[in-house]
Write a protein that binds this ligand. Structure first.
Ligand code: HSX
Length: 180
């Protein structure tokens, strides 16, 4: 049976005015909480990537860790974390990127991947695209081939997915929400 296109979208919770007034937060935790929904979610990514010769999955702090680690297990590949600044214990490389106000930094262990590794980048959501673009830059600095960036949710009106595609990153997302 084909999946109803709204199956996942209908199970994402929208929390108004969180973490600040005017923001509609798209909460993916209900997708993880229900066993059937979690299986459906993971299988969307498994079917997409099972024949793409992925060597490694890089998940972005923090919700990208959850789905990324499950997917890595399913594809029988390794998982590496891309973390917010100051969380990783070993030698790191870092990339700073702009937020609406100020900046943020993400880091990766300097031995997280090898030149030529085909890496899939994963997060829960793409908004401005800054976080995923910084992740792509980290991986490419280590010589990885970033096969694709993927996420559960895209907020296309914030322009991130368009920007990432213009920057040369192929993208795969499961649910689009217009508006923020
Ligand atoms: C949120 O911000 C999500 O979990 C992502 O990690 C990130 C997406 O924002 P953006 O960098 O695309 O604007 O915490």
């Amino acid at each position: 049976m084909l999946l109803d296109p709204n199956y996942l979208r209908d199970r994402i919770r929208t929390v108004p005015d969180w973490p600040q007034a005017g923001v509609q937060f798209r909460d993916i935790t209900p997708l993880l909480q229900d066993p059937k929904t979690l299986r459906v979610l993971v299988e969307q990514f498994v079917f997409r990537y099972m024949d793409q010769d992925i060597d490694l999955i890089a998940g972005i702090d923090a919700r990208g860790f959850i789905i990324g680690a499950i997917l890595a297990h399913e594809l029988n590949v390794g998982f590496v974390p891309i973390r917010k600044k100051g969380k990783l214990p070993y030698t790191t490389i870092s990339e700073e990127y702009e937020l609406e106000y100020g900046s943020a930094t993400v880091e990766m262990h300097s031995d997280a991947c090898k030149p030529g590794d085909r890496v899939l980048l994963i997060d829960d959501l793409i908004a401005t695209g800054g976080t995923m673009m910084a992740g792509k830059r980290l991986l490419e600095r280590l010589g990885a081939v970033v096969v694709e960036g993927c996420a559960i949710v895209d907020l296309p009106e914030l322009g991130g997915s368009a920007l990432l595609r213009e920057g040369g990153l192929k993208l795969f997302t499961l649910v689009d929400f217009a508006g923020h």
